[in-house]
Design a protein around this ligand. Structure first.
Ligand code: GLP
Length: 252
């Protein structure tokens, strides 16, 4: 879809759709979030957008300004306006044990997931070791692409013993919410973060270039009793997250 088609007002401007500048803002915002406008794409100057949409220049300016403030587009004096090269960074604390849903909820973002795998399988050697499974036991796997406000941010592959999660199909949106219902929500976790370059397959799911930097996160979480709840391997978009840790002086 080219910019002319995206801005064609017959496809999005309606008399009952609210203020026209909001309708235009929403149109451009959705085109960016849905990947119709790639990062770095130049946007036509205000005057041209006004011609293309039959809106006034003032209306166009009012639509564009909040998109600049939200870091979705960048206005450079002299060189015009382009779609911003990266998603807004999500700041995430390294000391709080929270779920993806809780993290995004707190920021007012809407979480959705696409299922990659959900079922009961024979455990891999790593799953058997970490989850303490015998060779004759099965493992529940819940693998998802996680999106916030329709932007794919992470791929999460969680493995749990069938004792912790007997029916992976019971996970509808939040894994921790499902675990909470059966009294198995973790209270402690150890998380390891390392750098990675995204494989072609993961990059395609996350809608970014193959090979760009990502964060690989492995979380093992526990119940109060010390029993392991989950082993989750996640791949987060490197351009979308800042992990923040509060540091204190040692006591001795
Ligand atoms: C985080 C953790 C995962 C955990 C997930 C649960 O993203 N990295 O280890 O499985 O949260 O999230 P939710 O409850 O939204 O499914």
């Amino acid at each position: 879809m080219n910019i002319n088609e995206i801005l064609d007002p017959t496809t999005w401007l309606t008399p009952n759709g609210g203020p026209r500048y909001i309708q235009l803002k929403r149109r451009i915002e959705l085109a960016i979030r849905d990947g119709l406008l790639d990062p770095g794409t130049p946007l036509p100057p205000e005057r041209e957008i006004a011609n293309m949409t039959s809106l006034s220049r003032v209306t166009v300016r009012k639509a564009v300004q909040p998109l600049v403030e939200d870091d979705l587009i960048i206005q450079r004096r002299g060189s015009g306006t382009i779609v911003a090269p990266q998603v807004t960074k999500v700041e995430q604390s390294l000391s709080r044990l929270t779920s993806f849903t809780e993290d995004m909820d707190r920021r007012g973002m809407n979480v959705t997931s696409t299922w990659l795998e959900r079922g009961v399988f024979l455990p891999s050697a790593e799953e058997a070791l970490v989850l303490g499974l015998g060779t004759d036991e099965s493992v529940s796997r819940v693998s998802r692409l996680r999106l916030a406000d329709s932007v794919p941010l992470a791929i999460e592959r969680a493995s749990l013993s069938t004792q912790m999660l007997p029916n992976p199909l019971a996970v509808v949106s939040s894994l921790y919410e499902t675990l909470d219902k059966s009294g198995s929500k973790p209270v402690r976790a150890v998380q390891r973060i390392s750098a990675t370059n995204l494989t072609a397959q993961d990059a395609e799911l996350l809608e970014v270039e193959k090979g760009i930097a990502g964060l690989q996160i492995a979380r093992v979480s526990y119940l109060e009793s010390g029993e392991v709840v989950e082993l989750t391997h996640s791949i987060y978009r490197g351009d979308a997250f800042n992990f923040v840790a509060e540091l204190q002086l040692p006591e001795d």
